[in-house]
Write a protein that binds this ligand. Structure first.
Ligand code: C2E
Ligand code: CA
Ligand code: CA
Length: 405
């Protein structure tokens, strides 16, 4: 729902905004006119112009909450349309992804130009080289993001996106318990692009919603094919990653439930992997959504556990089945006493709360042994298997040898 824009009126001579105050909104002049005055470093006030209907004033506030750079007074009775930062962000969020990113680039550039002008005013010199360099890097980055967004739009249709699957192994039995589906992008010119690069960008632009649904559908189909070709009927699980953008999308639970049922997969076999950050961003909404997912039978795993906003009290609040210990702790376990203690505590915590614990990023036997001795439930990492395409996966599942240490 969009909130109605607020109109504000100011009488002749009234101050609309004051230089140095924290800005919270911009205004579009509907009627009347205003004078823009800046206070010079010597304390003198100087009029720098007037603005009439159709002009915007105070726009820096919606860019980055910057203090007002000038004082604005009504020179005639004025009617102004107020645009709050929140309103602006909401409109931007709902805009077409390309429009959104273009706007962001222009705003960043605009802010930098103003910062540069400000430095010049204060120092009477050109901006320092580092600032220019940093600006250039930010711009290049933003332009790169626009390219990724544009290319990704067609990448799904052009079959450039695929899924790889990484086995997750039961520590006690040594058998495969399930898989995690991970997205792969083979770009025709740029080659392989890491999900660590493109996922945050498509998350930002909203394209992730379509991508996640595609991934879930693909992962369900793969699971069915593995079952029929290896005889593991309804025993294995499939973990699929979801972002906060997915959670905020319309009819999230209905849509994913439908995808799962259409694939004839038991919802119990699907585990949603989400991060702590997602939970903390909108705890109430996340809780409602997760409760619906759980009611439908799906499992819920917290990814990268230990790296986020770990206030442990929240663990009770959400319906969580699994904690995935972040790979950074596993990597440091034998180098750093602190990391080892953390791993022990997470395992103990998980046991108390009746959650399953997965250790991610296991690369050597020493780590695996230690984790098994700590009674960690599940293992994932290159030691067992790398993420791989479905055709290799089927062979791996058929010929899986229980690993002994
Ligand atoms: P993640 O969800 O934490 O996935 C685990 C990552 O660890 C994967 O990286 C996997 O290849 C890697 N990994 C597994 N075992 C080992 C190991 O033993 N050593 C090391 N060094 N790495 C290991 P990947 O595939 O590059 O994905 C990176 C991240 O991108 C994922 O981290 C996840 O946050 C995101 N991502 C990937 N696919 C998807 C997706 O379909 N949807 C969403 N929302 N995010 C995805
Ligand atoms: Ca994950
Ligand atoms: Ca992880």
């Amino acid at each position: 729902m969009s909130s109605p824009d607020t109109q504000k009126t100011f009488k002749t001579g009234e101050t609309i905004m004051r230089q140095g105050d924290k800005g919270e909104s911009a205004y579009i002049i509907e009627e009347g006119s205003v004078e823009i005055i800046i206070e010079r470093p010597d304390g003198e006030e100087q009029s720098v112009g007037t603005r009439g209907p159709g002009s915007m004033i105070g726009e820096m506030a919606i860019v980055d909450n910057a203090p007002r750079t000038a004082t604005v007074k009504a020179v005639q009775d004025c009617t102004l349309l107020e645009i709050t930062q929140e309103d602006f962000s909401r409109r931007l969020k709902n805009a077409d992804p390309v429009l959104r990113m273009t706007t962001q680039v222009i705003l960043t550039r605009y802010r930098d130009t103003l910062t540069r002008a400000e430095i010049r005013r204060l120092t009477n010199s050109w901006p320092p080289a580092e600032l220019l360099e940093q600006e250039h890097a930010e711009e290049t980055h933003a332009v790169e993001d626009i390219k990724i967004t544009n290319d990704f739009k067609t990448a799904l249709e052009k079959n450039e996106i695929s899924l790889h699957y990484q086995p997750i192994v039961n520590f006690q039995t040594g058998k495969i318990s399930g898989f995690e589906a991970l997205m792969r992008w083979e770009h025709p010119e740029k080659g392989f692009i890491s999900p660590a690069v493109f996922i945050p960008v498509i998350e930002e632009s909203g394209l992730i919603v379509e991508a996640s649904r595609w991934a879930l559908r693909e992962a369900c189909k793969t699971l069915k094919r593995i079952e029929s070709q290896t005889g593991h009927d309804r025993e294995l699980h499939m973990s699929v990653n979801f972002s906060s953008t997915d959670f905020a999308s319309e009819n999230f639970v209905d849509t994913i439930y439908n995808i799962i049922s259409e694939s004839d997969v038991d919802p119990k076999q699907i585990h949603l992997e989400i991060t702590e950050r997602l939970l903390m961003q909108q705890p109430d909404n996340a809780k409602d959504t997760l409760l619906m997912c759980r009611k439908a039978g799906m499992g819920i795993a917290i990814d990268d556990f230990g790296t986020g906003y770990s206030s442990l009290s929240y663990l009770h609040y959400f319906p969580i089945d699994t904690l995935k210990i972040d790979q950074s702790f596993i990597r440091d376990m034998h180098k750093d006493e602190g990391a080892m203690e953390l791993v022990k505590s997470i395992i103990a915590l998980g046991k108390n709360l009746k959650m399953a614990i997965v250790a991610e990023g296991i690369e050597d036997k020493e780590e695996a042994k230690a984790l098994r001795d700590l009674e960690c439930d599940l293992a994932q990492g290159y030691l067992y298997a790398r993420p791989m395409p479905e055709r290799e996966l089927i062979d791996i599942v058929r010929n899986w040898e229980v690993m002994e240490f």
